[in-house]
Write a protein that binds this ligand. Sequence first.
Ligand SMILES: *Cc1c(COP(=O)(O)O)cnc(C)c1O
Length: 425
Amino acid sequence: MSRLDQADPEVSAMIAAEQRRQHAKIRLIPSENYVTQAVLDATGSILTNKYSEGYPGDRYYEGQQQIDKIEQLAIDRARALFGAEHINVQPYSGSPANQAVYVALAQPGDTVMGLSLAHGGHLTHGAGVSISGLHYNAVQYGVDVETGYLDYDEIEKLAVQTQPKLIFCGTTAYPRILDFERFAAIGKKVGALVVADIAHIAGLVATGVHPSPVDHVDVVTTTTHKSLRGPRGGMIMCRKQYAQAIDKAVFPGLQGGPHNHTTAAVAVALKEADTDEFRRYAQAIVDNAQILGAALMERGFGVVSGGTDNHLLLIDMSTKSVTGNQMSKALDAAGIVCNYNLVPGDTRSARRPSGIRIGTPAITSRGFGANEMLKLADWMNEVAEIRADASIEQDARRQAYRRIAEQVRELCDQFPAPGIDAPNN
Ligand SMILES: *Cc1c(COP(=O)(O)O)cnc(C)c1O
């Protein structure tokens, strides 16, 4: 019995059940991953006990002998990996990192520009329900609905028309390479600062599998827990001239004490990411996504933009006569976890959209390769066909999903995820 079992069997049982779920199902949510045991160890360490408001060498509390070293190490490792002039590793997550950029570089009411949520942007890029859309004059661009690609000429036109102070580029559901140089040129033309939000693709950028924005744009924000495979956290990288404004915005502008246990785990993840093994991992993420995309297209799935350059695929389920919700629910019952998603030009609502979004960072972490992608495509096809067939009774449908979930489980048993003990341990 662990100490947690003894102290709180209720929470302990829930964590154990979640661990079994994470082991036994295929995780296709593109923003999720499995961190290593080393990252888990740092995250669960006694560093959570320490307050450290301020920055290394300049704190408001004593006792920072180790914390200063840890935060500096995280910064140095991030610099080695991404090459940015200035790095802040304190943001609690991706959304607070973006919020700090607004606080540092814009005033409430200023015009800011970002990719709309419906076309693959993030809430924090100016969506109406977020503080970024509520407190700033948010202008939103989209993708070309026909091709699924960003239309940079349109983006430039909109920027010229609206003269934004900040332009956000970065996505949550866009399967193609982002042209950061072009965004930088647009920013320069209209006198806007350009912020690249690489939350999803940080692991690909760190390894050169996706071009880096660092030399082109003014500010780069990221999460640390998606393809970068660290703990839940955020980072801001920027040119030296914005360093002071960014640091002040994070603390004391937005946050109090940094989460030192997270900072240590970020340092560990950054060390892991600076290895040939991780570089192979990042390339394998994209290889897997491309193989899976091609296999799904062969099976009649509507893959937005006709494929992918990165870790994710956006799939329009209408060619299979099911909605995104129906498909994501059915897949979950079959042991395959993804999320429903709007597709560009969707005629359905955000809560009941036409598409699903899937990605390969987590399954690549557990060692899935080409063979597993083909199996996965077959299972997804089977699930779609069962769901679309109105002649199948509810019970028979459930049974069919359960049979697939058993096969999924058997495959997962062969590919234990990092940081998760094999079953029955
Ligand atoms: C995930 C994500 C974020 C926000 O990250 P949280 O850690 O969930 O706050 C911000 N921007 C983009 C592009 C993202 O994908």
